[in-house]
Write a protein that binds this ligand. Structure first.
Ligand code: F6P
Length: 593
């Protein structure tokens, strides 16, 4: 049975929390809990001697680099011993074996009984790559070639619609993994997008999404890409039908062949929908998970927007990180030098041993504004599980363990004026990833431009926020800050008032963060960045023993929604749900009557 192939299955026979490596980490946490980042970062003297080297040269020791992509994890509540113990845990759950299995294209998606071989999508062209013992490189390269051809036609104005007018607008209809990746990447790579082509995205079954998206477009100049792995997703099918009607109303039934293409693993479903010509169907395969599918034909809107050469560079960036990750499996020592491993282990450290359940993604790049949303699906749909690969429930009580964190965030500096208050002074501690780039794409604020020095300000804020979170201030500094405030505002404060006010100016610090930096947000860097997070999620899934590649947890809601739709429409029959749900359906029926 496929399940037996997966080594984590074996390792999951020992309860995670009963492993000696887990217990060692729990004990070590009690030591680290008492050490402030101010000490680890050389601001304060240690109260008692720390283990050798743990607080020296952190910026050198706790930095990993792949080309120009840098992961600086020096502001984390770790010492060399922490990393050793975390890697011991990774060894105990056989992370290295799991990495090898993924790269070998084995059936690691056990509850869907298939491989999870997205890494095969970005291997070098023409080089064989095995998925479940079959070389998939030719099929992959064939589809990529067709994607390039369509992209070139559109970019060079050679693709015309039913009336002979040039196609100028491309609208992708998809949701989840068939939407978030290309939408995020198109936005991230805005400076690389073709200036004369409009590429938009419709995802929500709220009709206003479709209506708003097409309101200034003309069917004669619009090509729809219907993207759906299964081709039976409610939202996508509803929007695709609306788009079809929008085109047919204006141009007639025959126009569908000129104005629709589909991306799917289900060509039968595509044909049933009415996209019947093979040349309009771009296939991918069940070994590509939806949220891991950007490098498959799901990337069609992206390759159209940024062009084949930029798309190729993005794939090369993915592949570069893939190879870095794969090499991490070479030895225990090598694991420590591998970015996704370190990022994943740090997340485990905070989630499981400090009990901090959320993780913030804070890109200091406006073009990465969709990254937190994209990573929400990648991470939370992958590791938001409470069952193991061995089919056992992960208990919530003492013997259980936390799995996937809550991922959230938004770009800096906007977030600073919204939720950073809680990050700095709230009772919850939120580990965070700051992401920034040395060079802007835009002339605005690139120093040379008379519009200002936006970029210096942006990056200074990134650096300052990670510093403030880690170092905070002292109560004496807080008191001085109150005095300055009083002076400036002409207030005189007595000692009691001073003491009362100083707490509001106190920043405890000791709040960890990673800083991820690169030269520029270009296609290759974006590829590396996404692959970094994909593999981080993989590392954590292996540690927690959860099946990262299925998503059964979305099914019940889908089933109940289709029942609710029937009930809403069938006013003759009383709805058969619980009393609260029946009342909601009744309320809606009444309002719509
Ligand atoms: O409902 C969740 C989900 O299945 C995601 O995993 C997937 O990315 C999304 O729906 C869209 O699915 P499809 O590509 O099959 O339309």
């Amino acid at each position: 049975m496929a399940q037996a192939e997966f080594v984590a299955q074996e390792s999951s026979k020992v309860r995670l929390t009963e492993r000696p490596q887990w217990k060692a980490l729990s004990e070590h946490q009690r030591v680290i809990e008492a050490v402030h980042l101010r000490v680890l970062l050389g601001v304060d003297e240690p109260q008692q001697p720390l283990e050798p080297a743990s607080h020296f040269q952190r910026p050198r020791r706790y930095v990993l680099q792949l080309d120009d992509l840098v992961l600086d994890y020096s502001k984390n509540r770790v010492t060399d011993r922490t990393i050793d113990l975390l890697v011991d845990l990774a060894e105990a759950v056989q992370l290295r074996k799991a990495i090898e299995q993924m790269f070998a294209g084995q059936r690691i998606n056990v509850f869907e009984d298939r491989a999870a071989a997205h890494v095969a999508l970005r291997g070098p062209r023409g080089k064989p790559v095995q998925v479940e013992g079959r070389d998939v490189s030719r099929a992959r390269d064939r589809v990529l070639k067709r994607m390039k051809e369509l992209a070139q036609q559109l970019r060079h104005g050679r693709r015309v619609g039913a009336t002979g007018q040039k196609i100028l607008n491309v609208v992708n209809i998809g949701i989840g993994g068939s939407h978030l990746g290309p939408a995020m990447a198109c936005r991230a790579l805005t400076p690389y997008c073709h200036p004369a082509l409009t590429v938009r995205f419709v995802s929500n079954v709220d009709g206003s999404d479709f209506a708003d998206t097409v309101q200034d477009l003309r069917p004669q100049q619009t090509l729809f890409i219907v993207s759906s792995k299964t081709f039976n997703t409610l939202e996508t099918m509803a929007n695709a039908q609306a788009a079809r009607q929008w085109v047919v109303d204006e141009l007639g039934e025959d126009a569908v062949a000129k104005h629709f293409v589909a991306v799917s693993t289900n060509p039968e479903g595509v044909r049933q929908f009415g996209i019947v010509n093979d040349e309009n169907i771009y296939e991918f395969w069940d070994w590509v998970g939806g949220r891991y599918s950007l490098c498959s034909a799901i990337g069609l809107p992206l390759i159209i927007a940024i062009g084949p050469e930029n798309f190729r560079q993005m794939l090369a960036g993915f592949n570069r990180m893939d190879e870095h990750f794969r090499q991490g499996a070479a030895s225990k020592e090598q694991l420590k030098k591998t970015m996704p491993v370190i990022l994943g282990l740090l997340g485990v450290w905070y989630n499981n041993f400090f009990g901090w359940p959320t993780h913030a993604i804070l890109p200091y790049a406006q073009h990465l504004n969709l990254l937190p949303e994209y990573l929400q699906q990648l991470d939370m749909e992958s590791n938001g599980k409470s069952y193991t690969l061995a089919g056992e429930a992960i208990a919530q009580e003492e013997k259980g363990w936390q799995t996937g964190p809550i991922i959230w965030g938004q770009p800096g500096t906007n977030g600073q004026h919204a939720f950073y208050q809680l990050l700095h002074q709230g009772t919850k501690i939120v580990p965070a990833d700051f992401i920034g780039f040395a060079r802007p794409h835009h002339q605005v604020g690139d120093r040379t431009d008379k519009l200002g020095d936006h970029h210096d300000k942006l990056i200074a804020n990134l650096i300052a926020q990670s510093e403030a979170l880690a170092i905070g201030n002292t109560i004496q500094e807080a008191e001085r800050s109150v005095r300055r405030w009083a002076e400036k505002n002409g207030r005189s404060l007595d000692a009691e008032q001073l003491q009362w006010m100083r707490q509001s100016r106190y920043f405890p610090g000791n709040r960890p963060s990673n800083v991820i930096l690169a030269d520029r947000l270009d296609p290759a860097t974006l590829g590396k960045l996404i692959a970094l997070y994909e593999h981080k999620v993989f590392v954590q899934g292996v540690i927690w023993g959860v099946p990262s590649f299925d998503q059964w947890g979305v099914e019940l809601g889908k089933e109940l929604a289709s029942r609710a739709i029937e009930d809403i429409k069938n006013t003759g029959r009383p709805p058969q749900h619980d009393m609260s749900t029946n009342a909601l359906i009744h309320w809606y029926q009444q309002r719509r009557a």
